[in-house]
Design a protein around this ligand. Structure first.
Ligand code: FNR
Length: 362
């Protein structure tokens, strides 16, 4: 169907489910075992109500913010996702062009289909973030960080994937052995368990990574460090104490540990138990963001911004234009939500915009 007839992230997902390759759909859409966390990531947003205020002059609303000091037209960014080329030949470069046009930040994955230098070069001078998987061979990681282009403004080190989860839909579809990721050197090679790309291409990731290594990471880069994959209040506090610049509350889109708490629940627990943490470092969330209202709820709970994963890949089914279209859908939904809640800039977001009556926070 023509792109302009698709008016929500759900529309783009539905079309992707029947038009992209079987392997791309299996890899992108899959989550761990019974997909409980993946579903809950989305559904938890539905249990928080608004507490809208009226008569507040909402003629115009501004969605601009700063993420680690970098300007962003919206409080959301492209979450790092492996192998965007499975759905479109331009892959991450197409996403980059759409993001640059819209003033949106993209976090490039270590498992991207192109080297970061090529992705960044497709939109010279536009800022990016880089997601790091630490290699068992630390010299490789050191070399990778030193090779990054200067437009990379922060390192997001992913810590919720010491090993890949059991993604059954992805195991069932054989992997094409011509697939590879240039920055990690990984190649798709089916094994006895099947063809799940997260597992067979993530073999280089170091499961020995620990808190001590955060000091090593601090010593080899001068960029801000964000820890991605925080699932508990305790670990969020440890990050703040370790002088980490930011965290992404995330369970990898439900792709690793099934039963991990939905991201929004962890954010809410952190906000209620340790509000001071949000003044020490920036807090982001990803997992289950499908609507502008989802973005705004997370921001009201204290998130500086949120990451969006799968929907960007589904939008890329229509190339760069699809991603532009998707960004505009979410930006517009966000602006409408702000006005209807009774606020005109993100500085006015707070817990008072929300009715948490029905969410269980224990
Ligand atoms: C991911 N994610 C991910 N995260 C990461 O740190 N490095 C990576 O290489 C990848 N790769 C990846 C591939 C695909 C196909 C998906 C769907 C996800 C996780 C991603 O950054 C993010 O945490 C989730 O996608 C957020 O959930 P939603 O928005 O997909 O619900």
């Amino acid at each position: 169907p023509p792109l302009h007839t698709l008016i929500s992230s759900h529309d783009l997902e539905e079309v992707a489910s029947r038009t992209i390759s079987k392997k791309a759909w299996a890899f992108y859409s899959s989550a761990a075992t019974d997909c409980i966390t993946h579903r809950a990531n989305c559904e938890t947003f539905d249990r928080i109500w608004w507490r809208p205020r009226v008569l507040r002059n909402v003629q115009s609303a501004c969605t601009k913010t700063r993420i680690l000091g970098v300007e962003s037209s919206v409080p959301f960014f492209c979450a790092p996702a492996a192998m965007a080329r499975l759905v479109d030949g331009e892959g991450e470069k197409g996403i980059a062009r759409a993001c640059a046009k819209a003033g949106v930040l993209q976090c490039i994955s270590t498992n991207a289909s192109f080297p970061a230098s090529e992705i960044c070069a497709s939109v010279p001078s536009h800022p990016f973030f880089f997601q790091l998987y630490v290699n068992k061979d630390r010299t490789q990681t050191d070399r990778l960080l030193k090779s990054l282009p200067s437009t990379i403004r922060a390192i997001f080190v992913t810590v919720d994937a010491p090993i890949a989860g059991k993604r059954e839909a992805d195991e069932r579809v054989r992997a094409d052995e011509s697939l590879s990721t240039p920055m990690s050197g990984a190649k798709a090679k089916n094994d006895k368990k099947g063809g799940a790309l997260g597992r067979i291409m993530g073999g280089y990731i170091d499961p020995g990574l620990c808190w001590e290594d955060m000091k090593w990471l601090r010593s080899i880069t001068s960029l801000p460090i964000v820890v991605k994959g925080i699932m508990s209040v305790e670990d969020a506090v440890m990050c703040a104490e370790a002088g980490i610049d930011g965290i992404v509350i995330s369970n990898h889109g439900g792709r690793n540990l099934d039963g991990a708490p939905p991201s929004l629940r962890t954010l809410l627990q952190l906000r209620l138990a340790r509000p001071e943490i949000f003044r020490k470092m920036e807090v982001y969330l990803d997992g289950g963001i499908r609507r502008g209202t989802d973005v705004l709820k997370a921001v009201c709970l204290g998130a500086t911004a949120v990451g969006i994963g799968r929907p960007i890949l589904y939008a890329l089914n229509y190339g760069e234009e699809g991603v532009s279209h998707f960004i505009e859908i979410i930006r517009d939904e966000l602006e409408v939500a702000m006005k209807l809640v009774g606020i005109t800039n993100l500085g006015q977001t707070s817990l008072e915009c929300l009715d948490l009556g029905e969410v269980e926070t224990g």
